[in-house]
Write a new protein. Structure first.
Length: 254
């Protein structure tokens, strides 16, 4: 009984450590390729930039164990650096997984130390598979899928840049969307909403249009998303909610 409880504890701690390692990978490779630090969250523990200072607080990321929020320190273009920032998490998990498995074999077979390091290594490799192989579920796309989405797609790269900028600005400035630079919400030529990055930018654009009380324009984007195929369920649900809101507001106006 005690050993079972201990193994459960080891698995839990190892998973948390691998989340930390994963987000650290995003941070290191992001800083190395031109991104600025905004916040670093693991579970409900958050380190964040507050003006010129670094503060510590409590926060959580819906649907994720952690997040490393960064801001592009370079201009929007069709050739932004995106690979290493997105791949950094899985790379760090791979390195830590190999390291833990290597350390495990230093200890004798059957010892708790060997079991602990083996479990930590296996969990690290699980993170590699779940983030390093392109996958998408009904609610989200992983890091590798984001990389795949941007290869040879300039609109997806621009969408990624804009969403990163919007998230960073919102996290640091705490302003209304109308205070954001309006060019960040300009239309993109590609409306392929099966691409998660293009779709999440479209959702941000809907919110911006709602703040401008441009209900018809927002409704048009909602309808495009709802008609598109292979849209992530999260974004389709968002579009459906805003679709109903827009229709209600347009009915009130008439």
């Amino acid at each position: 009984m005690f050993e079972s409880m201990l193994l459960i504890l080891i698995v839990g701690v190892s998973a948390i450590l691998q989340i930390l390692v994963h987000e650290a990978g995003h941070l290191v490779f992001g800083l190395a390729t031109g991104y600025r630090f905004i916040s670093f969250t693991v579970l409900n523990f958050r380190i964040y930039k507050h003006g010129k200072k670094i503060s510590v607080g409590k926060s959580s990321v819906a649907g994720a164990g952690g997040q490393c929020l960064m801001e592009p320190a370079f201009e929007e273009s069709n050739s932004i650096p995106y690979f290493w920032y997105n791949a950094g998490g899985a790379i760090f998990n791979l390195l830590s997984g190999i390291f833990c498995i290597g350390i495990a074999f230093i200890f004798s077979d059957g010892t708790m130390a060997r079991t602990s390091f083996l479990l930590a290594g296996i969990i690290g490799l699980f993170f590699v598979v779940s983030n390093g192989i392109p996958m998408r579920t009904r609610v989200a796309a992983n890091d590798a899928y984001n990389i795949l989405s941007m290869i040879s797609n300039s609109s997806a790269k621009r969408a990624f840049w804009r969403v990163m900028k919007i998230n960073a600005f919102g996290a640091t400035e705490k302003k209304n969307l109308l205070d954001f630079p309006q060019q960040w919400f300009s239309d993109l030529p590609d409306h392929n909403y099966s691409n998660p990055l293009i779709c999440v930018f479209a959702i941000d654009r809907i919110y911006f249009l709602l703040e401008q009380q441009e209900y018809q324009k927002a409704l048009d984007i909602c309808n495009e998303i709802l008609k598109a195929k292979a849209v992530l369920g999260t974004y389709k649900n968002e579009a459906l909610c805003e679709n109903h809101f827009c229709e209600m507001m347009l009915a009130v106006k008439t």
